[in-house]
Design a binder for this molecule. Structure first.
Ligand code: CU1
Ligand code: CU1
Length: 283
């Protein structure tokens, strides 16, 4: 049965409660922290050795699609009526958005230590202790807009800059790829030393706190952010029907996956993740 992923801004109070309750249930069983650990394990960048599966690489989109599907399957085992909502950050752009309300993801961290003190993921409520972190502290942290060095969420025009790219990805298939949809949306700066982060990466930086690094899955907004990134990939394919859906077609760089290669840790072929229409759709 094909299910729907909804825009978070259209969720009813009951839908928000069911999503939050399913996330908290996975946290209680330890399942949630397995997802955090998997993401930390695959946070390999250009500067590290070995295969790049999840970040700074063409398989950024298929790897995260599979990762979200695994999480969503776990959520739906708790409550079959739940799916991962998406956060369109070109529209819900401020700390006042309903996304950050007490009844959904809770709000910003407090000024002194960035500790989130509102909503279901505030540590003092006893349901959300960060255990798999790359930073100190067992409470969830956010620092919206990074006030000490202000940054805004990506605009519609900035997202369009990625969506207009007619090629999926380009040599050197990493964070320095000068063009191509993948790096424009993943959002690495175009040159070393350039501090302009685009689209996906900028959103991590805007939320800040735990969303900054390998441990970003500790903040449940990770899933809503990546559902929107996944939606953008889906729309990009619709917009460029004649473009190769994935590149490189063949493996010429041992650190990069081609369409026929399988993605750890699931051994899922990249090519199996190029079309989600038999599984879910975006409303
Ligand atoms: Cu990631
Ligand atoms: Cu991300």
């Amino acid at each position: 049965m094909v299910y729907t992923r909804q825009n978070q801004s259209t969720l009813t109070k009951a839908q928000k409660r069911r999503f939050v309750n399913a996330v908290l249930a996975l946290k209680r069983t330890g399942r949630y922290d397995e997802f955090v650990r998997t993401h930390i394990e695959f946070y390999t960048g250009d500067g590290d050795g070995g295969l790049r599966v999840a970040h700074m690489t063409p398989s950024f989109f298929p790897w995260h699609r599979k990762f979200l599907l695994e999480f969503e399957t776990a959520l739906r085992q708790v409550d079959p009526g739940v799916s991962v909502p998406y956060w369109d950050w070109t529209v819900a752009r401020t700390p006042a958005a309903s996304l950050w309300a007490e009844d959904f993801l809770g709000g910003n961290g407090r000024r002194s230590d960035h500790r989130v003190t509102t909503g279901p993921f505030a540590q003092q409520h006893g349901d959300w202790t960060v255990t798999e972190a790359v930073t100190d502290g067992d409470f969830l942290m956010r620092d919206f807009g990074r006030p000490q060095d202000p940054i805004a969420l990506p605009s519609k025009a900035e997202l369009a800059g990625a969506m207009d790219e007619s090629v999926y990805d380009k040599v050197p298939w990493n964070s320095l790829s000068p063009a191509g949809f993948r790096n424009k949306l993943e959002g690495w700066p175009s040159r070393r030393g350039d501090r302009t982060w685009y689209n996906h990466n900028r959103v991590h930086r805007w939320v800040s706190g735990h969303m900054l690094g390998a441990g970003s899955v500790n903040d449940p907004v990770f899933w809503l952010h990546h559902a929107f990134v996944d939606l953008c990939w889906s729309r990009w394919r619709q917009r460029h029907p004649r473009a190769a859906p994935y590149l490189p077609a063949e493996q010429r760089d041992e650190r990069v996956l081609a369409a026929g290669d399988t993605m750890p840790p699931w051994d899922t072929p990249v090519g199996d993740m190029l079309d989600h229409s038999s599984l879910y759709r975006y409303e």
